[in-house]
Design a protein around this ligand. Structure first.
Ligand code: 13P
Length: 365
């Protein structure tokens, strides 16, 4: 194992307040996002969109690495320049998604297991030769009636650890992504409990498979309430004479309910309890939150806790960086420049959030 290379790459991925841009949507996922905006779901449209991203001027000032997909890592600009060359010229480290997707876990309704271990050693060798220096594997954990089960958490943690160990053998830094999903009506507190269980189990397995913690990056979810968490009622106990009454104070909607401070506190608490100090960086996924909220929450975590934490708190967003740009582009050449500006803006906002310097005013400039 090339320990020095792994440690060096992992450090570079979270250095200088930069973060990762995930552009590794599988073809079906990319096509779904295109379909919503009436963009043709073709190889050429996917290539043109990825060209827009990698050629964004100034992207390397805020983005340390991009996560590519098997189709994308082999693609080129319209003029024939390989994307890998474009990224190298911009000082951006190429990474690659190597799992083959989350499939139904047998005998566990509503739960998934991520596949892709078969033949992984050979695929990693090829990606390293092509120039990739890190990889990504995403496990998904759903919260619901009776789930997640211990067996689902353990099976996914084991696969993540096997993947991570193979990556390090091949010289690639594993980005370990156990994602607790936002789908469902669970509360912030429930998400916190599940996130802690998942991370604790993941690190037991990573240690068991002899993964060098200094040469990996953790990509977790932020701790958030489910998308359909019912409006939260704050109830105050009021004593009148000998009797206790419950007074309903507010009915708040989910978006307002979990304020940015609360998310930052609970997320950092969950990580503090579970992630070893040897891990150099934690790069959050965005998971379906709005781009602005993702930046604001990352900012608050860094503002409040950065000086006291052993690891860097960074980002590895897909939707929270790309979505505004995709909506502007709409598959039209004439919109490329404006879309690139939107992409760059989000990348800069998130770099500012790493420094604790992101403000709502940045969204108006
Ligand atoms: P989102 O930021 O859109 O959640 O995507 C991150 C990612 O890489 C999913 O695997």
């Amino acid at each position: 194992m090339n320990t020095e290379l792994l440690i060096d790459t992992a450090k570079k991925l979270v250095a200088d307040n930069k973060g990762l841009l995930a552009m590794d949507e599988s073809n079906p996922t990319c096509n779904q996002r295109f379909a919503k905006l009436n963009i043709p779901q073709t190889v050429e449209a996917r290539r043109a969109y990825r060209e827009l991203i990698v050629t964004t001027p100034g992207l390397g000032e805020s983005i340390s690495g991009v996560i590519l997909y098997d189709e994308t890592i082999r693609q080129s600009k319209k003029d024939g320049t390989p994307f890998l060359k474009v990224l190298a010229d911009a000082g951006i480290i190429p990474g690659i998604k190597v799992d083959t997707g989350a499939k139904d876990l047998a005998a566990h309704p509503g739960e998934k297991i991520t596949e892709g271990l078969d033949g992984l050693r050979d695929r990693l060798k090829e990606y390293f030769q092509m120039g990739a220096r890190f990889a990504k594997w995403r496990a998904v954990i759903a919260i619901g009636e009776g789930i997640p089960t211990r067996s689902c958490i353990e099976a996914n943690a084991h696969a993540l650890a096997r993947y991570a160990s193979l990556c390090q053998e091949a010289g690639l830094v594993p980005v370990v992504e156990p994602e607790v999903l936002m789908d469902g009506d669970h509360t912030l507190e429930q998400c916190g409990e599940v996130t802690e269980q998942v991370l604790r189990t993941a690190f037991i397995q990573l240690n068991s498979q002899r993964v060098m913690l200094e040469g990996m990056i953790l990509k977790p979810n932020m701790v958030l309430p489910g998308f359909t968490c019912p409006p939260h009622q704050e109830v105050e106990e009021v004593a009148i004479g000998e009797q206790q009454f419950q007074v309903r104070l507010t009915d708040r909607q989910p978006e307002e309910m979990e304020d940015v401070d609360e998310v930052a506190n609970v997320t950092v608490k969950s990580l503090w309890r579970t992630v070893p100090a040897a891990v150099p960086g934690i790069a959050f996924l965005s998971g379906g939150q709005s781009a602005e909220l993702a930046s604001a929450r990352l900012n608050t975590m860094n503002l409040r806790f950065k000086s006291r934490l052993p690891w860097a708190l960074a980002f590895s967003f897909a939707r929270a960086i790309q979505q505004p740009a995709l909506e502007i582009w709409q598959g039209k050449e004439a919109n490329v420049k404006a879309a690139q500006q939107a992409l760059l803006h989000r990348a800069r906002c998130n770099r500012a959030a790493r420094r604790g310097e992101y403000t709502a005013a940045m969204e108006r400039t």
